[in-house]
Design a protein around this ligand. Structure first.
Ligand code: GDD
Ligand code: GTP
Length: 392
């Protein structure tokens, strides 16, 4: 049997996603109409023999998360549990800490996924690839192609082109290493814990030998030294070239979701897929209804006037909860989409300021406190209308 683990991080993370992450934990922010995490859960639930999904993070258990897990368990008929780290343990430390829970029931393999990615999640393809490549216990990284400049913002993979073995792995290198990047989706066998365990032991010994020497993961910013382990730097770099780690490259959609602008882009990618995956989620033109252009998701509670396209323009925006936009308004942000002329371009998740200047970006209206009769809840427009929710 199989399991899946989704790394959801915690409240100190997702700073680039503010102010939206003040209102809802970032992994639950709606992307193409459903919580970011639901896209992962749906694809995991489709995989035959998938027994359980574990969410690992350092959020305090909260109402939104509990509500999401309850409704997703019912809808997708799969067990979903949240395991809370006592501190941020890094991408490898969390799974090591909860290894008994992951291994209980004896899965032969399990997926690990970053929550903040948008993907087609080619999980069956990764399972086939694992059978066909390498030894049965090899570990698989999902990879995609980026352009030279942007590749350096990701984990970079040098492969053996015949066997797809990972020969070299560098996390966010400062000079160009490879245009194959890590998508943050992995297929592991239980053997991975031997490798993480070895790093853990080594870190513990180092702590005894050099108790006052720090690295970036010391207690200073809340990290616990021996238990904080990064899959990328601590594990993949060491496993590269050992005949254990392979890359499965996907030509399908993929994007990171770091900034609010990338949530609009990710929504568009998923909405474009909905023709294939969820046609029922796409709004259609009906007699007497509003005119729909492009791929649009309308929330079931939304009530849209047939003349709704008139007199107001909302472009490249996220309109927050309880916000109202009146008639004759124009709310416009700068699109932060990847270069459409470069097939390998990814979205730049820029910082707010660069060289002392504000980076132009999408417009975000955060939550407004005053309840109105008609509320425009979540809207984004970027060549297609992304999503409009009107609550009564
Ligand atoms: N549970 C838990 N605990 N989750 C964590 C922790 C932690 O301590 N730290 C990070 N995460 C989660 C984040 O919520 C996110 O889903 C994922 O792990 C990766 O987050 P980061 O560590 O911030 O890495 P990154 O997103 O900058 O880069 C990673 O993803 C890229 C693809 O999107 C790396 O894996 C890159 O190599 C990769 O290219
Ligand atoms: P993401 O957008 O999710 O990556 O969050 P972010 O924008 O907060 O990430 P960024 O890489 O900008 O990191 C912000 C701060 O959090 C930095 O000081 C990092 O050192 C720190 N940080 C990164 N990863 C972790 C983690 O797993 N746990 C904790 N506690 N801090 C982390």
């Amino acid at each position: 049997m199989l399991k899946s683990v989704i790394l959801i991080g915690g409240p100190q993370k997702g700073t680039r996603f503010r102010p939206l992450s003040f209102e809802v934990p970032k992994p639950l922010f709606p992307v193409a109409g459903v919580p970011m995490l639901q896209h992962h859960v749906e694809e995991c639930a489709k995989v035959p023999n998938m027994k359980e999904i574990l969410l690992i993070g350092f959020y305090q258990p909260n109402e939104e998360l509990t509500r999401f897990m309850c409704s997703a368990q019912q809808e997708f008929k799969i067990s979903i549990r949240y395991l809370q780290e006592y501190a941020a343990l890094g991408t490898g430390g969390g799974i090591y800490h909860f290894r008994d829970q992951i291994l209980s029931g004896g899965p032969e393999a399990f997926f690990i996924m970053n929550a903040d990615v948008c993907s087609e999640f080619p999980l069956p393809e990764m399972l086939n690839f694992q059978k066909e490549h390498g030894e049965p216990s090899s570990f698989i990284i999902l990879g995609t192609t980026a352009n030279r400049k942007q590749s350096m913002n990701y984990g970079c993979i040098v492969e053996n082109q015949q066997t797809n073995e990972v020969l070299h792995y560098v996390e966010k290198p400062s000079t160009f290493v490879s245009d194959i990047i890590n998508c943050g989706i992995y297929l592991f066998t239980p053997e991975i814990f031997q490798h993480i365990g070895a790093v853990f032991q080594k870190k513990q010994q180092d702590m005894l030998l050099y108790p006052y020497e720090g690295d970036e993961h010391t207690n200073g910013n809340g990290w616990h030294r021996a238990e904080a382990i990064r899959l990328e730097q601590d594990i993949f770099t060491a496993l590269a070239g050992q005949g254990k780690l392979y890359v499965y490259k996907t030509p399908a959609i993929w994007s990171q979701i770091k900034s609010a602008g990338s949530a609009i882009y990710a929504s568009r990618l998923y909405l474009n897929q909905y023709h294939k995956t969820h046609p029922e989620r796409l709004a259609t033109n009906k007699d007497g209804g509003p005119r729909i252009s492009g791929n649009v998701y309308i929330h079931p509670t939304a009530n849209i006037d047939p003349t709704a396209v008139d007199h107001s323009c909302v472009l490249n925006c996220i309109v927050g909860w309880d916000s109202t936009i009146g008639k004759w308004a124009r709310v416009e942000g700068t699109p932060s989409d990847p270069n459409p002329n470069d097939p390998y371009a990814k979205i730049d998740s820029e910082t707010l300021f660069r060289d002392g200047k504000l980076t132009p970006s999408i417009t975000i209206l955060g939550k407004l406190p005053i309840p109105y009769n008609i509320q425009l809840c979540w809207a984004g427009y970027a060549s297609t209308i992304v999503a409009v929710t009107v609550l009564e």
